[in-house]
Design a protein around this ligand. Structure first.
Ligand code: SAH
Length: 235
């Protein structure tokens, strides 16, 4: 019995590797991010648990979220162009934002800026349900198709202006914004649960990654994490 079970396990692993030529590169990237997280803990006082995020990033095939001609670059720790003057964020930043959101598997998350759908897929592994809004229709539609093909059934998308959040499914345990407004949109604070976390880059040129927590008395607590560079949150 033992032998049969082991042999079956080996077959499954072999199949997964055949299916996914990028498995090794992806795991190397996750190792790199793990080391960078350790540095960030010292530099920024990052206290959020990161193990679940690293596991999620080890699963999501980033190469399936970039244009086919760029698949071979997907596991460099860099942002990449996805057309329409937009980019898929740098993997370290995706990991950091996901960690700062401190998502539990029972929770509901809003993402603003679906883009390629990659960050949404990572959030989909971490959360119960993900709602993601994209303003550029062709990007949002392509991402929706891709997420559905890859089986991320708990990730829901729509086309719209994320300044308004997605009120129909509010309130959210966490909100992750992947484009930078010049100030934090009120609707996003309103759609956050008590105890919820909003992770958002803020600023025109000099942007800071900010975490906003909504406290029991309805007030918010804000902290700046690191300087970042995101595309602007447009209207
Ligand atoms: N999370 C994405 C990163 C995409 S870059 C990924 O993993 O690939 C930011 C995205 O935000 C772009 O696709 C851009 O079109 C979108 N965006 C910009 N302003 C927006 C707005 N007001 N509402 C919703 N999406 C917006």
């Amino acid at each position: 019995m033992m032998v049969a079970a082991l042999a079956m396990g080996a077959t499954v692993v072999a199949m997964a590797q055949n299916d996914d030529p990028y498995q090794d590169e992806r795991l190397e990237l996750v190792d790199k991010i793990k080391a960078q997280f350790a540095e960030l803990r010292q530099e920024t006082g990052l206290t959020a648990p990161t193990e679940g995020v690293l596991e999620a990033m080890a699963q999501v095939p980033r190469h399936a979220f970039v244009p086919a001609a760029m698949a071979h670059q997907a596991y460099r720790n860099r942002p990449l162009s996805i057309g329409h003057a937009q980019t898929i964020s740098q993997p370290l930043i995706v990991a950091l934002m996901s960690a700062l959101a401190e998502i539990d598997k029972s929770e509901k998350v809003l993402e603003v800026g679906t883009g390629s759908g990659y960050q949404a897929a990572v959030l989909g592994i971490l959360a119960a349900e993900v709602y993601s809004v994209e303003i550029i229709e062709p990007l949002g539609l392509t991402a929706a198709e891709r997420l559905s093909e890859l089986g991320y059934d708990n990730v829901h998308t729509r086309i719209g202006d994320g300044h308004a959040g997605w009120p129909e499914h509010a309130p959210y345990d966490a909100i992750v914004v992947t484009a930078a407004p010049d100030h934090i949109p009120n609707a996003l604070i309103e759609q956050l649960k008590t105890g919820g976390r909003l992770v958002i880059p803020v600023g025109d040129f000099d942007q800071e990654l900010v975490v906003v927590e909504k406290l029991a008395d309805g007030t918010t607590r804000k902290r700046e994490v690191i300087p970042v560079r995101f595309v602007p949150l447009t209207r």
